[in-house]
Design a protein around this ligand. Structure first.
Ligand code: IPD
Length: 280
């Protein structure tokens, strides 16, 4: 089995590279933007084309494997993680960045078996950075090993987060209140790349000490979760409890103590889960 997953991972890296070239080329052209759940939840033809390209290629090579893909779920497919080998795909993480030409855009491919993540590939294609990790075998960027920061002082930390795409005033108040409390600890600063996957890879690299967000989806974080943990980081729920990939909440940190300290400042709320049955 071990070799089979290595095969799958090699294929994921090759696909991420091909998809990245498609995305880079599309950045040169005018992009046709469509809305999904709201006017701030965007999709383009490139998201759909890249997801199809990845899924078709995996189906040809691994016909029994299953998929959770951002655009397939948007088109009505179920978002269910079973014990079967499952590819969890975000064809463009940072679609809003892509639409505006803001230069952090990633192809994110995670892979789980028996509900356990086996490998993650995140290709930040404008920067040409290929982040990879396989369970138990370390995390890498363009082949160089990654290690989270050894910062133990929250007051000397830098924290990544995003405003997210849930924009009702009550939710925005909670998001801003959490950021305010974290800024006032005080931490050195707050940053956000506009893609959950890249924010998590920044934790893995050690250039930020933690990242949290409520409102992300499983395809935004599955691949990068392996990269963070293989770089020595920890993953948890925003309350400090155990990470639940379908809960749409994530906190990734360089250490448990930094993560738990941040979790104490977050006003948690619970968006509709990714695996919730569709409304009747
Ligand atoms: C989004 C990005 C963004 C985060 C959102 C995600 P998408 O993913 O990761 O940084 O704030 O919560 O949904 O829509 O660009 O794939």
């Amino acid at each position: 089995m071990a070799d089979l997953w290595q095969n799958a991972m090699d294929h994921a890296v090759a696909l991420a590279r091909t998809a990245g070239a498609v995305v880079r080329e599309a950045l040169q052209d005018e992009r046709k933007v469509m809305m999904k759940s709201s006017s701030v939840d965007l999709v383009t033809q490139t998201d759909q084309k890249v997801e199809q390209l990845i899924i078709q290629s995996v189906k040809d090579k691994f016909p029994t494997h299953r998929f959770i893909g951002e655009e397939s779920v948007a088109a009505g497919e179920a978002c269910v993680l079973t014990d079967s080998p499952t590819w969890i795909i975000d064809p463009i993480d940072g679609t809003t960045n892509f639409v505006h030409g803001y230069p952090f855009v990633a192809i994110s491919i995670g892979f789980a078996v028996n509900k356990q993540l086996e490998f993650g590939v995140v290709y930040s294609c404008v920067e040409d950075k290929m982040f990879t990790a396989r369970r138990g075998k370390g995390a890498f960027c363009n082949g160089r090993p990654l290690q989270v920061s050894d910062q133990k002082e929250i007051s000397q930390s830098i924290v990544a987060t995003e405003f997210g795409s849930i924009r009702d005033p009550e939710t925005v108040d909670k998001v801003l209140s959490s950021m305010r409390k974290i800024l006032c600890i005080p931490v050195h600063g707050i940053r956000g790349a506009g893609t959950a996957a890249v924010n998590m890879c920044h934790v893995a690299c050690g250039c930020v000490d933690a990242y949290y967000e409520i409102g992300i989806h499983v395809w935004d974080v599955a691949a990068a979760a392996v990269i963070v943990s293989e770089a020595g980081g920890v993953l948890m729920d925003v309350t400090g409890g155990q990470l639940d990939l379908m809960s749409r909440r994530v906190l990734a940190a360089s250490s448990r103590s930094i993560g738990e300290r941040i979790s104490r400042e977050i006003e948690a709320f619970a968006p509709v889960r990714d695996d919730a049955p569709p409304p009747q």
